[in-house]
Design a protein around this ligand. Structure first.
Ligand SMILES: Nc1ncnc2c1ncn2[C@@H]1O[C@H](COP(=O)(O)OP(=O)(O)OP(=O)(O)O)[C@@H](O)[C@H]1O
Ligand SMILES: [Mg+2]
Length: 371
């Protein structure tokens, strides 16, 4: 395992009676692109500000680069922060914005000019040094803010929703650029976002937060394919949930009964509950197949009726209503062949099938059901 550059040790932060961060306890590896992801108000910014030194933990300690920095002020930490609302000075030109904060660096004028040029190359704005910040687009301003943070060569760059103010297209483009830039400079990035797609696209690992708790830390793939709680399964992507009762477990296979689905079979290493006890089966929309007869299947097949559908170009999305279940099942299928005749008009009878290894098995009550 590579050495951790950041250790967060049982950190709590209270604002009066509000617990903003509740027992954060994890490490971030050197060179990682690490994201803090969660809904508004879950404590992401507070945790980031404690890493930056703008807040002091109520309890616990923070180590950065082998040093206890818990009580160390921001300007004495090997970190720099980039904010959402591009904190650059509109009346200064781009070069002066980037050089801001380098006054006491001890570099000669020439050295500094060279470093600014390097930074402009890095953010792909060569020759923009003399422009005033007011003449830049939103995306360009945010790149200047990045350059200003990176010129100090911090060990860790903290980014609080840095792309939040950009429109969707520019945001997607900046995501790719940000990831390339991080790989190029090799600095550890701690990135805050409430946008799960953004976190999945960019991160090596993601910490999912809710109401001050860090619920799960994992790679994007593991969070999507094998979430450990219902909250995480629901927050990352779309998941259909079905209540089940375990009837049998053996040889890595669980058999269970569900009021909505009938008899189901699911591969799992350990039983999701005791026999006779409840658990929750989660199936993502794209893990289903649609068929027009049951093909004799007795498990992992359920009859339904087609609800509304939407054509999305690369795939189509369907709602399927099951008997006795109010909430429709969300199904997504790739549009493999060219066809203008989309399957299934509303009301048509269909069968949903799925394979043994398509479902995620989750505890019924994992204490993480929140809004
Ligand atoms: N200075 C403060 N004084 C009092 N309460 C605060 C303060 N800063 C944050 N909080 C509270 O702490 C909780 C976490 O806030 P925080 O800003 O960390 O959330 P967040 O995850 O960054 O949310 P968002 O996605 O909306 O930016 C919230 O309930 C917030 O109201
Ligand atoms: Mg925030």
């Amino acid at each position: 395992m590579p050495a951790p550059i950041i250790s967060i040790n049982h950190v709590f932060k209270d604002f009066g009676s509000v617990r903003a961060v509740n027992d954060a306890n994890f490490e971030i590896t050197e060179g990682e692109f690490f994201s803090l992801l969660g809904p508004s108000g879950c404590g992401k910014t507070t945790l980031l500000r404690m890493l930056a030194g703008f807040e002091v933990p109520t309890q616990g300690s923070i180590h950065i680069d082998d040093r206890d920095v818990t009580m160390v002020p921001p300007n004495h930490r090997p970190v720099n922060m980039v904010f959402q609302n591009y904190a650059i000075f509109p009346h200064l030109n781009v070069a002066s914005n980037i050089a801001f904060g380098m006054r006491k660096s001890g570099l000669s004028k020439r050295e500094l000019a060279g470093r600014i040029e390097e930074m402009l190359e890095l953010i792909r704005l060569p020759g923009y040094g003399e422009r005033t910040a007011m003449e830049l687009s939103g995306g360009q301003r945010q790149r200047v803010a990045l350059a200003r943070a990176l010129i100090k060569q911090p060990k860790v760059l903290l980014l609080d929703e840095p792309l939040g103010a950009l429109d969707k297209k520019l945001r997607e483009q900046m995501q790719i650029e940000l990831r390339q830039l991080q790989q190029q400079v090799g600095i550890t990035f701690v990135f805050v976002t409430h946008d799960q797609e953004e976190a999945l696209t960019l991160s090596d690992r993601i910490a999912v937060m809710a109401q001050g708790d860090v619920l799960e830390i994992s790679t994007p793939g593991a969070l999507y394919e094998a979430p450990k709680s219902r909250f995480v399964a629901d927050f990352i992507g779309t998941m259909n949930f079905f209540d089940c009762t375990l009837s049998e477990f053996g040889n890595g296979m669980a058999s269970a009964d569900s009021a909505d689905l009938g008899r189901v079979c699911a591969a799992c290493e350990t039983p999701p509950a005791a026999v006779g006890e409840g658990f929750v089966l989660g199936i993502r929309p794209e893990k289903f197949q649609l068929a027009f007869d049951d093909a004799g299947a007795t498990e992992n097949a359920v009859k339904g009726r087609m609800g509304p559908s939407a054509y999305l170009g690369d795939r189509s999305h369907f709602y399927v209503y099951l008997e006795g279940r109010d909430e429709p099942v969300s199904v997504a299928l790739p549009n493999l062949a060219k066809s203008l005749d989309r399957i299934g008009g509303a009301g048509q009878e269909v069968w949903l099938t799925w394979s043994d290894d398509a479902a995620v098995l989750l505890p019924s009550d994992d204490g993480t059901e929140r809004q």
